[in-house]
Design a protein around this ligand. Structure first.
Ligand code: CP
Ligand code: NVA
Length: 306
């Protein structure tokens, strides 16, 4: 059966830790100049139906560094943008390519690509999940804190794609993940329930609350993301009023653990979801997070395509 990476929760805890170990190894190799060619002769398509800086560049560079040929496709250049179905696109591209990296809107589009095609599909962000981001986030937390199990991560803001993948990833490695969100912006209850079932097995804990102070108290990691995600631009003003108490700023830093890590998947809006002091302060690890996208995704590509 073709293996895909559409959500983090499709991994076992062991598979997730193996990916993180491999990501660390690839990071060390890159620093020491050791090169790789395991994906030589493979061509991988990258379809972007939304903008991207980190994901687009880190996948293209990562594929190149593993010896593969990336084929970058914006939706507007494909017949997909003129009404060719997702299923037909998947069938055709499966005849040329060895894998697909896809950033899109509904998760159902990824499911359709995966089931109609015959090559691995990687979710490069959907409205529901951002699993590649969560891999890099765990790699970053582990290298900074020395471990993951029992660490408390507080995500402040919208219960969105990034929050969903953090809930699942944290649950798999036995973390305590809490989402502090405004009323009406909770993470998807089915995702929380699924992550909670995983956490029961791993000794982790997941939850959600509308109390930002309670969420941030004693957190080892403070994490936030934009208030209006791609596709929600028209809601930005309405959201800003509800989200202000959930900004990652001195209030959260004061109640979190000493030297708590400050994280953001980026792009960031200083003065909105995160203060400039938090984003650019000594506890921020946002640039490591961005870098680790490269290493974590290379580990994933080797797992699915080598
Ligand atoms: N964090 C992230 O996925 O960034 P891009 O939207 O720039 O890819
Ligand atoms: N939640 C954000 C993440 C961007 C990387 C969005 O979907 O736009």
């Amino acid at each position: 059966m073709t293996r895909h990476f559409l959500t983090v929760a499709t991994l076992s805890s062991e598979q997730l830790v193996t990916l993180l170990d491999r990501a660390d190894g690839l990071k060390a190799d890159r620093a020491s100049g050791r090169t790789h060619d395991e994906l030589s002769g493979r061509s991988v398509g990258m379809i972007f139906e939304k903008p991207s800086t980190r994901t687009r560049v880190s996948f293209e560079v990562g594929l190149t560094e593993l010896g593969a040929h990336p084929v970058v496709l914006s939706a507007s250049e494909l017949q997909l943008g003129r009404g060719e179905t997702v299923e037909d696109t998947a069938r055709v591209l499966s005849r040329y390519l060895h894998g697909l990296v896809v950033r899109t809107f509904a998760q159902a589009r990824l499911d359709a690509l995966a089931s109609a095609g015959s090559i691995p599909v990687i979710n490069a962000l959907s409205d529901e999940a951002h699993p590649c981001q969560a891999l890099a986030d765990l790699q970053t937390i582990r290298e900074r804190l020395g471990g993951l199990e029992g660490r408390r991560l507080c995500y402040l803001g919208d219960g969105n794609n990034v929050a969903h993948s953090l809930l699942e990833a944290g649950a798999l490695v036995g973390m305590d993940v809490v989402v502090g969100h405004p009323p009406g912006y909770a993470p998807d209850p089915a995702t929380v329930e699924h992550a909670s079932a995983i956490a029961q097995r791993t000794g982790g804990r997941v939850g959600a609350t509308t109390d930002p102070t309670a969420a941030a108290t004693d957190a080892d990691v403070l994490y936030t993301d934009v208030w209006a995600s791609m596709g929600q631009e028209a809601e930005a003003d309405a959201r800003a009023a509800s989200f202000a108490p959930y900004r990652l700023d001195h209030r959260a830093l004061e109640v979190a653990a000493d030297n708590a890590l400050v994280m953001h998947c980026l792009p960031a809006h200083r003065g909105e979801e995160i203060s400039a002091e938090a984003m650019d302060g000594p506890q921020s690890v946002v640039w490591d997070q961005a870098e680790n996208r490269l290493h974590a995704q290379k580990a994933l590509l080797l797992e699915l395509l080598a």
